[in-house]
Ligand binder design. Sequence first.
Ligand code: ZN
Ligand code: FE
Length: 256
Amino acid sequence: MHLFPIPAFNDNYIWILHDGARALVVDPGEASGVAAYVREHQLVLDTILITHHHGDHTGGVAELREATGAQVVGPASEPMPEPLQRVHDGDAIDVLGLRFEVISVPGHTLGHIAYHCPAVDNAPLLFCGDTLFSAGCGRLFEGTPAQMLRSLSRLAALPGNTRVCCTHEYTLANLRFALAVEPGNSDLVRHADHCRQLRAQHQPTLPSSIDLERRINPFLRADVGAVAASARAYNPACGSDVTEVFATLREWKNHF
Ligand code: ZN
Ligand code: FE
């Protein structure tokens, strides 16, 4: 299977997964880049997966569906471009001969879902929309810190070799914040160097992996002593509870 991030807008990626004949895309906020890729590689667009209702993830769905007849799958409880198959937490869908499991991940939006496939060419794959970013997480537009922390914890519990396909190239900005939180994290320092080189060559920093995110992502590390200490240095009113540390990190990042 081939996996490729089609760039869109300023910093979005529309992930495409294909076997040389049939393709699925995730969160097509616009149609043009997907249509060009499908044409160039002579693919049939089989399925469109949607993680949440924001326009930069859904804006190209109607045009692509009308042009290709692709089936559309999206979250059960968000406004969506109809018609589509709506899926819930724990549902499984078969696409391109692969089985994707639906994981409910409220926080960025309340109905946000992620799609996890346990094995694509021997490594799991995760399409997580605007929930988990490399070295960061989505803003809490609709959910609470406790909801987002629980959602991220579910994703962090996936196998370490899971490839993490996020929808935005926010990695360098996220890493600047992560380094402010945890300047002594040598994995983080090393990965930031690596990503700066990638971006200097206009290469994507994604996909990431669950194992890497557990080591470098401050939003998966609210239970680490050095991270909690930084959160308390930013806001002395922050307690030691993991949810409070997480909420403080999210607030700090909003103003960083
Ligand atoms: Zn969004
Ligand atoms: Fe987005």
